[in-house]
Design a protein around this ligand. Structure first.
Ligand code: NAD
Length: 265
């Protein structure tokens, strides 16, 4: 009797999960926002392919997920490299036979004054932040179309795509590119029931942003109507929503998650 009840509860719990049985590739999932997306997806029943530049980071995220009884595998790769991206999706299909969700999260944001910006610095940011979105989405969409059951692509853009930031011209351009890419691809993939959306975070506390001293943090927070910096989970929750069936009538959209920073005059 106890075991019947236990199974019943397991079943009910399983039904409640947003991504039960889905296979999700999350890029840049070794730390920061991407790590949190991977953890939240696994909590919701997804099998997660943790793709990131550094093998150790991938392993750490997978360990965290496994410790919480989730399912994940690590995959070390450079998402700006077409060969690596091909291997990432070959591995995903070999292991799990399908891909249902892609989250394009990997990104870099090196500060450099425009007058000093080199062609190499420009290319690097555009390749890691924007070309990677093209490469990963191309592989994912090709599988999703063949599978014939639709799919979800969510990219992590930035509010830097809609407001300007000095010393980040290349970054702003790459993120603006993601927004335009999202709208165009959403139209092209709509007949295949593949939804394509983007989330635009404001400032989020992550290892990439680094330690902020009290004064800088206070300055940032004073510019946010909700009076705090974002946490990775704030962004993960929005990505989870867009990747779930609850967003089934939403495509081509850019969802701002910034505590209200961009609505002030
Ligand atoms: N943190 C913020 O304030 C903020 C704000 C707006 C948008 N974003 C965006 O959110 C995303 C994540 O940012 P974060 O703050 O968590 O960054 P982070 O630096 O803490 O983590 C980035 C992750 O991406 C991985 N990565 C970097 N280059 C890669 C490559 N070439 N191939 C594979 N993986 C690579 C890193 O190894 C790392 O695991 C980025 O796209 C960033 O532009 C961040």
């Amino acid at each position: 009797m106890a075991s019947i009840r236990f199974n019943y509860y397991l079943g009910a719990w399983g039904d409640c999960m947003e991504l039960s049985g889905k296979v999700a590739v999350v890029t840049g999932a070794g730390r920061g926002i991407g790590e949190e997306i991977a953890v939240q997806f696994a909590k919701e029943g997804a099998i997660v392919v943790v793709a990131s530049l550094h093998a150790q980071e991938c392993d750490d995220t997978v360990k965290k997920i496994s410790a919480a009884r989730g399912r994940a595998i690590p995959f070390q790769c450079d998402v700006s490299c077409a060969k690596d991206v091909k291997k990432l999706f070959e591995k995903t299909l070999k292991e799990f036979g399908k891909v249902d969700i892609l989250v394009n999260n990997a990104g870099i944001f090196p500060f450099v004054q425009f007058k000093d910006m080199t062609e190499e610095q420009w290319d690097k940011v555009i390749d890691v932040n924007l070309k990677s979105v093209f490469l990963c989405s191309r592989e994912a969409a090709s599988s999703m179309v063949k599978q014939g059951r639709g799919g979800k692509i969510v990219s992590v853009s930035s509010i830097a795509s809609i407001i300007g930031y000095p010393n980040l011209v290349h970054y702003c351009a790459s993120k603006g590119g993601i927004n335009a890419f999202t709208r165009a691809l959403a139209l092209e993939l709509a007949p295949s029931k593949i939804r394509v959306n983007a989330v635009l975070p404001g400032g989020v506390k992550t290892p990439g942003v680094g330690e902020l001293d009290e004064k800088v943090l206070k300055g940032i927070e004073s510019g946010v109507p909700l009076a705090r910096m974002g946490q990775p989970v704030d962004i993960a929750n929005a990505v989870l929503f867009l990747a779930s069936d609850k967003a089934d009538y939403i495509t081509g959209q850019t969802l701002v998650v910034d505590g209200g920073s961009t609505i002030k005059d």
